[in-house]
Write a protein that binds this ligand. Structure first.
Ligand code: ADP
Ligand code: ADP
Length: 228
């Protein structure tokens, strides 16, 4: 398994109020799997994704990435985990406006241990024609696809996406999701994604539904739809 979690809980304490963001989550994600987290706002999706990405620690329970304990790891170890093994895509693209599309992706590659060809990364997300353009010349969906290419330019072991389509309309979001599905299919990168875009349903291996900090439903696709 890439991820293995047992009894994972996260409680935020704010004065006298306790918020149970995650309650007793058991989860296994296998190598190369494409998993979608669905659920209403506040159901714990981001908290779970952040724990898997080493951005946050649970209050109790176990969480492992391969042989590595994510719960008791020190900050230095978590930083290394995030830098070397995790590609993140968030709702906002955070591209550097003064650099071209290609340069934005190359920049990440310079600090990668096992870099992936930036042109190949951009081809995978369908942006071969836009290498020399600046972010301001691209639509939102195209900018997000650059962000996906940037995330995979360091050959991460896992790709974690938190509402990558949150700022996009349905059809544009669908193209971004198809690009992510293509990455998963062709590079075999284990992918966990939070999205409300219904177009994802058929492209994923598994949809996990969260509610009130628990996993309340699970659907598996025996046969995934091609992202094309
Ligand atoms: P989702 O991603 O499904 O919208 P979150 O994981 O962001 O849900 O949040 C789950 C619950 O935890 C929510 O009630 C949210 O308000 C709370 N929460 C998240 N982050 C914090 C924080 N830093 N401090 C306090 N409460 C938080
Ligand atoms: P969206 O469909 O996301 O609203 P736009 O209507 O902004 O996108 O853009 C449509 C197309 O025009 C996209 O392919 C985008 O890259 C291109 N485009 C938008 N603005 C510019 C620009 N200033 N220079 C070059 N291409 C642009």
């Amino acid at each position: 398994m890439v991820f293995h979690a047992r009894g994972l809980s996260k409680t935020y304490v704010m004065g006298e109020v306790e918020v149970h963001a995650l309650r007793d989550i058991d989860l296994d994600i296998r190598e190369g799997e494409f998993v979608v987290l669905l659920g209403p706002s506040g159901s714990g999706k981001s908290t779970l994704l952040n724990i898997l990405g080493g951005l946050d620690a649970p209050t109790s329970g176990e969480a492992r990435w391969r042989d590595h304990d994510l719960v008791n790891a020190g900050e230095a170890e978590l930083t290394r985990y995030r830098r070397e093994h995790v590609g993140f895509v968030f709702q906002f693209y955070n591209l550097i406006p003064s650099l071209t599309v290609l340069e934005n992706v190359e920049l990440v590659q310079e600090i990668a241990e096992k870099p992936f060809d930036p042109r190949a990364a951009l081809a995978l997300v369908g942006l071969t024609e836009r290498l020399d353009h600046f972010p301001s010349q691209l639509s939102g969906g195209e900018q997000q696809r650059v962000a996906v290419a940037r995330a995979i330019a360091k050959s991460p072991d896992v790709l974690l996406c938190d509402e990558p389509t949150g700022a996009l309309d349905y059809d544009t979001g669908k193209l971004v999701l198809a690009a992510i599905a293509r990455v998963n299919e062709q590079l075999g990168t284990t992918t966990v994604i939070i999205t409300h875009n219904a177009a994802i349903a058929g492209m994923a291996d598994r949809v996990l539904k969260l509610g009130g900090g628990r996993i309340v439903g699970e659907e598996r696709n025996e046969c995934r739809l091609s992202p094309e």
